[in-house]
Design a protein around this ligand. Structure first.
Ligand code: NI
Length: 194
């Protein structure tokens, strides 16, 4: 009995150390910029909700807030997983509202709207993009718990934008041919020296 207690205490100490080390190693990771080909790699389903995944989610949040941006997909970091994060509380005064979507599925799209979107993989660009006004999304949170949300407003736009990333689809693909060429050229110019 005593031995078991000691080893449990030992495990607790190890676990505490591991959590402390993970917290210390939260890092901003480099975001891939268009036309990096890795942005075209579709994400694979997340299968294990382990410490490595928690560390990735923490790094993604750190990276997104530092950018700053309202959404970030794992594929934008060159990590081909079906995982994105969103925080639409862009106002400095608003409390942060980090939402984690793992293996998301857009199960219902309602209405149409247009919004001037940006993307951390297209630095400095803003483009009007047509999307559904509301979207019902099923996903898992960072602990593997399933949830469903009917998103509208900026959250609905962000969910659709980030979900595109998981399929290797980028906002430039949703533009007219003319605007696509202009954005492509602007990004090549921007990329020089990056
Ligand atoms: Ni994006």
């Amino acid at each position: 009995m005593r031995v078991a207690w000691v080893s449990l205490r030992g495990l607790e100490v190890v676990a505490r150390w591991m959590r402390a080390i993970l917290a210390l190693t939260v890092a901003i990771r480099p975001i891939l910029h268009y036309p990096d080909k890795r942005l075209r790699d579709p994400g694979l389903p997340v299968e294990t909700f382990d410490d490595e995944l928690q560390a990735l989610v923490d790094d993604m949040a750190e990276t997104m807030y530092a950018a700053p941006g309202v959404g970030l997909a794992a594929t934008q970091l060159g990590i081909p997983l079906r995982l994105f994060i969103i925080d639409v509380a862009v106002d400095d005064d608003a409390a942060s509202d980090l939402r984690v979507f793992i293996n998301p599925e857009l199960v219902e799209l309602v209405g149409t709207t247009s919004f001037s979107e940006g993307c951390l993989s297209f630095p400095g660009a803003r483009e009007d993009i047509n999307r559904a006004e509301k979207v019902r999304v099923k996903a898992f949170d960072r602990h593997g718990q399933p949830f469903e949300v009917l998103a509208d407003g900026l959250l609905a736009i962000a969910v659709q934008h980030e979900n595109d990333h998981l399929d290797g689809k980028l906002m430039i693909d949703r533009l007219s041919i003319l605007r696509r060429r202009l954005l492509h050229r602007a990004m090549l110019k921007h990329g020089n020296g990056d």
